[in-house]
Every structure is written in C-alpha cells, then in structure tokens.
Design a protein around this ligand. Structure first.
Ligand code: ATP
Ligand code: MG
Length: 345
C-alpha cells in the first residue's frame, strides 16, 4: 500500500561503473521500498559533472544506470525513473539553496575534503556546492525518506538543516500564504539493513567507489564471473584464518568487509556467515563469495546488457519519468518562489 504523505527520493551518479557498494547500499533498498512508497529514482547527471565527464561516456553511463535500475527490479511504470538535468527545477531550487546554506556548513562536508584532496583550489565550485543540489533534489518533491549508503549521512543532515532554515527564515511569508509551517519536510535518511558501507577490496579504510582510479578496488555490476573471481582472489586480507564469531573481526577491516558482503548477498547475518566459514582459510571463503556474487549479479548484468541494446527504449522511459517528475515539482517550485517573493505566473 502506498503511504500518501510519504515520498521516497534517491539518486545515483552516472560517473562510471556501478559497483557492489551501490547495489547493496542503495539499489537493493530502492527495490524494496517500492512496495510501500511512491518513489522517485534519479540518475543524477548534474552531480556527475561536478568532476569532468567525457560527453559520450556520460550519455552511455546515464543509460546504463537507468538500465541497471530496471534490471535490478525497479518498475519504471509504477515508480518514476528519470535523469536529473531533464527537470530544470533541480538547478533552480539548488540556486535558491545556495542562498540559504552557509559557507560554514559546506566547509564541514567530508566528501568535499576527500574528493578535492590536495587540489582544493582546483576543484569545481559545483563539487563544493554539491550538497545544496542534493538538498534541492529531495525537497523539490518534498520527499520524506531518502535511502542512501552511510557515506551520504552528512549530506542528508545538511538537507535537513537547509529545510529547517528555509522554514524559519520565511516563516511569516509561509504562514501569510496559508502554507503549513513545515513548508519543506525534514527528510529522513534510510540507512538501514546490511552493507550500508561496503569498503574497497584493496583498503579496508576506504569505501568502494565508482571514481576510485583502480578497478581492482571494486566489483562492478557488469563484471563477468572470471573478473569477479579474480578481484575477490586478489582482495586484501590478513594472514589469520576467519574467526568463528563477530568479536574476532575487531581491527580486521578487510575481513569484516568480505564477511559483510557475503552475508548481504546470501541474505544471512555476519554471525551466521562466520558460523559457516569460521576457522577456514580465506581462499575457500573467497570462492564461496565469488559464487554468491555471480549468482546475484549475473542475471542483472545480462538484463542490463539486453536493455542497453535498445537505447531508444531507455530514452523513452527517462522522458516519461521526467514528465511525471516535473508534474510533482512544478507546483512546489512555484510555491517556493511565492514564499520568497519571486514574481512569476
Ligand atoms: P562516486 O565515487 O562517483 O561518488 P559512488 O560509488 O560514491 O560514486 P554515488 O553515485 O555517489 O556512488 O552513490 C550512489 C548511492 O550509492 C548513494 O546512496 C551512496 O550512499 C551509495 N554508495 C556509494 N558507495 C557505497 C558503498 N561503498 N557502500 C554502500 N553504499 C554506497
Ligand atoms: Mg559518491
């Protein structure tokens, strides 16, 4: 049953190959939420261009993320799948939020620090302002629930701060227009279930990322069985055998990560995983891990490939989704402008 006062929004950047972290941390959650909510799932192309993207590759990646959403089980008829740049309200509301958010808030964002690294002066302004656009993505639809991986927690908190500051800065005008005092709802992050933070296969302290320079750090959704086997085989571990219980994973981030991945893919708990594999060597555990990963990802990548053979079909889905997204966004953006005092029809 759809809960009418609730709305789910989330996005994935078309920045490269989707990986196991995106799948377990975000896409599986997107699929589950469609049972109970009206959902908008967005291919956030405007976020992607905060770092340089080759235009032809960007087009390909926008379609591939869309195809992966559908191949993973999101129903594009029941839910809304679209690419962000098609609905201009995202950019418009982001500008408004650029004027609501404070420099001090954005200066605290760890993602910017990590992504800009030592080249802060050379980072795009867009990369710095990224969380304001993300707040706009969500609030343009007055979405109430946002399923994301653990790495996005801080950005969600910022979106809540922006919503709250807008509601309070404009409280008199909001009331004057007869709107509810919580004009923008404070969106709830949904960071639940297993694998909310899948780590790199090469470094247990870094998260698995599309933009990591080394392909060996991640299992891509489109990797074939041999590549998956090779990457798990070469995944960093430690010399100790697997422990029999969770306490034994303390200070062993690489082992903990692989156990977490296995558990999430097999639909069991890490404790159950350790009961089965505890005391054994990593080599045999890695073979089992490859088995469950291939079993889960194989059919999805095959279906993604099939969908990618018909790009016009994907483009129609995106255009249709954008039209439906726009229909929700337009009145909200108009009301927002009225509240601020920006004249218009
Ligand atoms: P990029 O490196 O370009 O930022 P990314 O791998 O972080 O790419 P995003 O498109 O930024 O992917 O994120 C899409 C969704 O996947 C978000 O909800 C994010 O929290 C989630 N996610 C990304 N990486 C992981 C991970 N390693 N574990 C769990 N969830 C993740
Ligand atoms: Mg990211």
């Amino acid at each position: 049953m759809t809960q009418s006062t609730s709305r789910v929004f989330s996005g994935v950047q078309p920045t490269g190959n989707l990986h196991l972290g995106n799948y377990l941390g975000a896409i599986t959650k997107f699929v589950a939420l469609q049972e109970d909510y009206e959902c908008l799932y967005c291919v956030v192309d405007l976020h992607a261009i905060t770092a340089w993207q080759e235009p032809k590759e960007l087009e390909h990646n926008i379609r591939e993320v869309t195809a992966t959403f559908i191949a993973s089980g999101i129903d594009p008829k029941a839910q809304i799948i679209f690419n962000q740049s098609r609905v201009s309200g995202h950019a418009e509301l982001a500008w408004i939020f650029n004027c609501v958010a404070r420099m001090g808030w954005l200066n605290r964002m760890t993602q910017f620090k990590e992504k800009a690294g030592k080249h802060r002066e050379n980072a795009s302004v867009g990369l710095f302002a990224y969380p304001n656009l993300m707040a706009a993505d969500i609030l343009l639809y007055k979405a109430t629930h946002v399923p994301v991986g653990d790495d996005q927690k801080q950005h969600l908190e910022l979106a809540r701060d922006i919503a709250q500051k807008f509601n309070s800065d404009f409280s008199a005008s909001i009331a004057g227009h007869g709107f509810d005092e919580t004009f923008f709802p404070l969106p709830e992050p949904l960071i639940t279930g297993p694998a909310t933070r899948v780590m790199s296969l090469r470094d247990g302290a870094a998260k698995m990322s599309k933009s990591d320079a080394s392909d060996m750090t991640r299992i891509n959704m489109m990797d074939d069985a041999d590549t998956i086997a090779k990457k798990f085989r070469k995944a960093r571990t430690d010399p100790e055998p697997l422990p029999g219980e969770k306490a034994g994973l303390k200070d062993r981030p690489e082992a903990e990560n692989l156990v977490g991945i296995y558990a999430a893919l097999a639909g069991i708990t890490p404790a159950q995983t350790l009961k089965e594999f505890g005391g054994g060597q990593f080599s045999s555990f890695k073979e089992a891990l490859t088995g469950v990963a291939v079993e889960k990802l194989g059919p999805i990548s095959a279906e993604t490939k099939r969908l990618m053979d018909d790009p016009a079909h994907i483009d129609r889905i995106l255009a249709d989704g954008a039209a439906r997204a726009r229909a929700i966004a337009e009145p909200i953006l108009r009301q927002t402008k009225d509240v601020i005092g920006l004249l218009g029809g």
